[in-house]
Design a protein around this ligand. Sequence first.
Ligand code: DAH
Length: 360
Amino acid sequence: MSDLRTDLEATRAQAGKRLAAAATADAVEGLRHELLGRSGTLTALLRGLGGVSAEERPALGQLANQVRRELEAVIEDRLAALRGADLEARLADEALDMSAPGRPVRVGHLHPVLTTLRDLREIFHAYGFEVFEGPEIETEEYNFELLNIPPDHPARDLWDTLYVAEPGSIEAGEPRPAADGTILRTHTSPVQVRAMQALDAPIRVLTPGRCYRYEAVDASHAFEFFQVEGLVIDCDTSLADLKGLLEEVARALYGREVATRFRPGYYPFTEPSVAFDIGCLVCGGSGCPACRRSGWMTILGAGMVHPNVLRAGGFDPDEYQGYAFGMGPDRMTMLRHGIGDIRLFFSADLRFVTQFAEGR
Ligand code: DAH
């Protein structure tokens, strides 16, 4: 039965040519299936061995196995060659042109309010103040009581405060304030007491940080804003020191020509208390809508630390005294740049923020 031999030889020759011509690894795999698969050409021929005479069978069997091994080897070689060529092509394709000019990187810069905070830190640093931070989630005790604001005080208006919810009460569909009196701080003043409890006199600290109030948002009110608190505790501080310091700070921040004035004010945690104004930077003091035609703008509250607050901080008011002030850097930044709406600070509008690139 030399027919089988002829078929085997023909398959060997044809398969060799077709494999050499296969252009992709997929095509080679297809041929492997077609030739050597369970219902492939060679498999069918091998089945034909059963009908071959006993004399011819060994030689034909040997030839069939040889053809199978050859084809397997050719398939592997062809796959290796195609993979190599593929890699070469990809390497050529993905080569980096190191001489091409780079794409410009967009460099960010500080938000204008953060620039004011940074400037304030630098200015106060020159007067010996170090930064002392406190928690944004406070207790009613620190936010109010220890600052000489008792529970029935009007300044404690419940609606002015954002409470932290009692754990589980939201999930239960009945949100209520945490029983331990945890709130979001409404000002940075509670850090005064924390600083007094943590540090020894003399104290000179500056506390920048976020505060929160239950506030109807408009052009000059946000429910989230910054404050910068200052506290000095020593044996012989006076209102004159406070005055001199704040005048110097205002000039450092806004320029030599700025006019300043103190007015009597009221805060439960200072006695006496003052409000500190600077001459309106929009109209130069002649009166305009920005300063409500007064020619002045209030940038902070301040005063001599109340004896009760000194006691809360662990200091004897007969031995120590001090002054404190609380500034509104959002407002100060609005004045600095003539920004008419506080909401712009939170707008994430690049057309707004990219105007302040000097704060890099
Ligand atoms: N905590 C006050 C507020 O939020 C601001 C303030 C006033 C802070 C007088 C002070 C101060 O330290 O002495 O309105």
